[in-house]
Design a protein around this ligand. Structure first.
Ligand code: BT5
Length: 324
């Protein structure tokens, strides 16, 4: 029945605004008119809008803003990233799925993406809310030839790649909050989760989880994050084409991660600093072991955050949560 629905939709998509009658569709697919009507109702529930003209039939008026592998592929400008796209309607989380594929040898640039995550996660087992059809919930497999201790730097690399893609596609400039958040107007628009599959001396795969709030209205956010989260639509007033944004992210992620492997963080640092809202700020730093206050004074060529304490001592912070 999924195939009939798909075929009926395809017919209406290719009708170029002309009506197709229920009888015509019924004849074409050797179904009853009632069956056709039921498929049309199902499509309407998925967000397709039809005009029904008496005695003439159905006209497809608008389609839901969906992402699927074909749509992303149509927008791709990469060398290899996005060649393999695993698209699912619903997943608990794209991360375990991508981990498994990486273990089975999936190539760099393979992506796992879905319309809805039922148990999306952030760092340290925190929750990541992933409303159906509203955002980009994806994991990208990277295979950089670097030692494991450099893995956290790829969070910074990804932040620049995503910020740039958002700026180009949505025409709004996000800020990077070290290490893994993008903010607009002080509210979180994107979270990045970099996980590692490695031997002691070399990375086998990085699983880069990317969550972006795209077409949410205020009510789409669960209440507990409504005050800290925002979406591109809320910020720009425009519905954003997710497939196009995904394609752009993959392009920049491919370029910047190659750049990192060839030349390190140094050539990306300037762009990172331009997007950063962290440097120069008084911040609260929470690491696994301690909490302290200081001024974020710099990011090093290795992507390490330098924080100056009130007594003048400077600390290197490799991984932490910060509050500005
Ligand atoms: C992150 O963690 O920001 C990383 C989020 C990564 C999500 C992607 S989606 C695809 C892939 N599959 C997954 O399961 N995950 C990745 P962290 O810095 O720990 O921030 C988590 C905190 O952000 C939560 O505790 C909430 O306060 C807040 N939060 C949760 N959902 C949010 C949302 N949709 N928008 C903004 N903030 C959110």
């Amino acid at each position: 029945s999924g195939t009939y629905k798909h075929e009926i939709l395809k017919k209406l998509q290719h009708a170029n605004g002309e009506a197709i009658s229920g009888q015509q569709l019924a004849d074409d697919f050797e179904l009853s008119r009632t069956a056709i009507w039921k498929y049309i109702k199902q499509l309407e529930e998925e967000g397709y809008v039809f005009e029904t003209i008496r005695k003439k039939g159905y006209i497809l008026k608008s389609q839901p803003n969906l992402i699927d592998a074909l749509k992303i592929k149509a927008a791709l400008e990469t060398e290899t990233f996005g060649e393999q796209i695993i698209f699912k309607e619903t997943l608990p989380s794209t991360q375990p799925e991508a981990h498994q594929l990486a273990q089975q040898g999936a190539p760099a640039g393979t992506i796992v993406i879905c319309e809805e995550q039922t148990s999306g996660r952030g760092r340290m087992q925190r929750e990541w809310k992933s409303q159906k059809g509203k955002g980009i919930w994806m994991s990208v497999i990277l295979r950089p030839n670097v030692p494991p201790y450099e893995a956290p730097q790829f969070t910074l690399v990804a932040a620049v790649a995503i910020a740039k893609a958002i700026e180009e596609v949505a025409d709004i400039r996000p800020e990077i909050k070290w290490p893994n958040d993008l903010l607009i107007d002080g509210l979180k628009i994107t979270g990045i989760l970099t996980e590692l599959q490695a031997d002691p001396d070399r990375v086998n795969a990085l699983i880069m989880g990317i969550g972006i709030n795209v077409n949410h209205e205020t009510d789409d956010f669960p209440e507990d994050i409504r005050d800290i989260a925002t979406s591109l639509k809320l910020q720009t007033g425009k519905e954003i084409d997710r497939a196009k944004l995904i394609a752009r992210i993959l392009l920049h992620l491919e370029n910047y991660s190659n750049m990192y492997v060839e030349s390190g963080f140094q050539p990306i640092k300037k762009e990172w600093e331009n997007y950063s809202c962290t440097i120069g700020q008084q911040i609260k730093v929470s690491t696994i072991n301690e909490v302290f206050y200081g001024k974020a004074v710099a990011i090093t060529n290795d992507g390490v955050l330098k924080v100056q304490l009130p007594d003048g001592e400077t600390r290197s912070v490799y991984s932490a949560d910060i509050e500005i």
